[in-house]
Design a protein around this ligand. Structure first.
Ligand code: S3P
Length: 441
């Protein structure tokens, strides 16, 4: 089977309403927390992507049963000491950094050695950021020079830690929170602000947690070893998946789109704040609160007078997965856009800053990069005519989908490889495009 798509035509105008895939971060957290509950949890709208399926398969290997029904998954949690860990068990995280890191937090009390492996992309990513702090709780952990495979053997004699997180990484913060859940006493975390789905989930489940905002940081105290019961949860749409359709609509002519049922937690909506500063008029409708998470329908339309942005650094973490798509908007804006301190982008499924800069240069955009700062020289009249082949991007799902948006709005003759990469986060991507009149071949 060929693993590329061709796009030879721009997308037509549309006025539609769509749904996007369920949130990946919340899907993975819901499974992991359900696995630690006492009794059955029911998860509705679980994202059925490879990252989430790898999470389900792994908890099954750890002795947690689950069953798929028509509208929900049932997960049969066995409590904080419920994993049944056979020695030398291997868990394959595939492409999922979130699962591979968070599960290590839950394995700090495992009886046996467990090995975490992943695909080529994940095997190049940094795990020392979670291995180092986790060691302080007491388990034995070794890695391949800070990379996968990571081997972990837990201990009964866990001790709570003080942890400072400086990257603005929700994965690091959540890994420590999950370890704290298993540890007697109070774990104290000071973390640069980042997505707070884990904190919201903990509060929901009445796990003893205190969160206090202090400038750029949150101080989070978790009091461990507190059991909780199975729960019901309905996963909302993923703003990261939604962002491709926001940008598609902004860059397309005479189009309007309503994207229903999207998580608009303030720690995730950097993309909307940034795009609105660039003149897009994105609005939230029907905003509601579901178990502490804000959900809304998002209204977006074409924008003819996009302007450059001097992107404030405080928005970096709340738009971390959306920057590659935001750069496309900068490419079509009037003026020079600047982005600062995006080093964390290099640590994703691909070195995204490098890959995105190469992409922009390939489509004729001047970009200046100094360390992890960018200047993008916008060309509002950018129209492409040549042939474009996108191959070497380490199968990064977000680079692939951003390239599709570029092809559909800028013109040119495109061949985009590794179409299967969408299965990490947004397996329905082509089906949603189909609703907007695009038939991907
Ligand atoms: C995630 C956090 C972010 C994000 C990733 C999902 C999470 O990673 O890029 O896609 O679910 O916690 P970092 O925490 O490494 O920034």
């Amino acid at each position: 089977m060929k693993n590329y798509i061709q796009i030879k035509q721009k997308i037509n105008s549309y006025n539609k309403s769509i749904l996007v895939s369920s949130d990946k971060s919340i899907s993975i957290r819901s499974i992991l927390l359900a696995s630690q509950a006492i009794g059955v949890s029911k998860i509705f709208n679980l994202l059925e992507s490879e990252d989430v399926i790898n999470t389900l398969r792994s908890i099954k290997k750890l002795g947690i049963k689950y069953k798929k029904y028509n509208k929900f998954y049932k997960i049969y949690g066995l409590g904080l000491k419920g994993f049944n860990t056979k020695n030398k068990l291997v868990l394959n995280a595939g492409n999922s950094g979130t699962f591979a890191r968070l599960i290590l937090g839950l394995l700090i009390n495992s009886d046996n050695y467990i090995k975490i492996v992943g695909d080529r992309s994940l095997s190049k990513r940094d795990f020392s950021r979670v291995v180092q702090p986790l060691k302080k709780f007491g388990p034995i952990i070794s890695s391949n020079n800070g990379r996968l495979p990571v081997n972990i053997k837990g201990t009964e004699f866990l001790r709570p830690i003080n942890y400072v997180e400086e990257r603005g990484s929700a994965q690091c913060k959540s890994t420590i929170m999950l370890a704290a859940l298993k540890t007697p006493g109070m774990t104290k975390i000071k973390a640069k602000k980042s997505r707070n789905h884990s904190e919201i989930f903990f509060k929901n489940l009445n796990i003893p947690i205190k969160v206090k905002s202090e400038g750029k940081y949150d101080k989070i105290d978790v009091f461990g070893e507190s059991n909780y019961k199975g729960f019901n949860y309905r996963i909302p749409g993923d703003i990261s998946s939604c962002s491709f359709f926001l940008v598609l609509t902004i860059l397309n002519k005479n189009s309007k789109l309503l994207i229903r049922n999207v998580n608009v937690n303030d720690t995730r909506t950097g993309v909307i704040k940034i795009l609105n500063k660039m003149n897009a008029k994105i609005k939230f409708k029907n905003v509601r609160n579901y178990k502490g998470e804000l959900i809304a329908d998002i209204d977006v339309k074409s924008c003819k007078d996009l302007k450059a942005i001097n992107c404030p650094e405080y928005l970096n973490s709340s738009a971390i997965d959306e920057f590659v798509t935001i750069f496309l908007v900068a490419a079509k804006s009037k003026g020079i856009s600047t982005f600062k301190n995006l080093g964390e982008l290099e640590k994703k499924e691909s070195p995204r800053l490098t890959v995105a800069v190469n992409f922009l240069k390939k489509i004729g955009i001047k970009v200046l990069r100094k360390k992890n700062n960018l200047k993008i020289y916008g060309k509002p009249d950018l129209e492409l005519k040549g042939n474009y082949i996108i191959k070497n991007f380490r199968k990064d799902h977000r680079i692939f989908m951003m390239s599709c948006v570029a092809a559909l709005t800028l013109g040119g003759n495109w061949k985009l490889f590794d179409k299967d990469s969408i299965n990490s986060s947004f397996p329905d991507f082509f089906n949603v495009l189909k609703k907007l009149g695009v038939n991907i071949s």
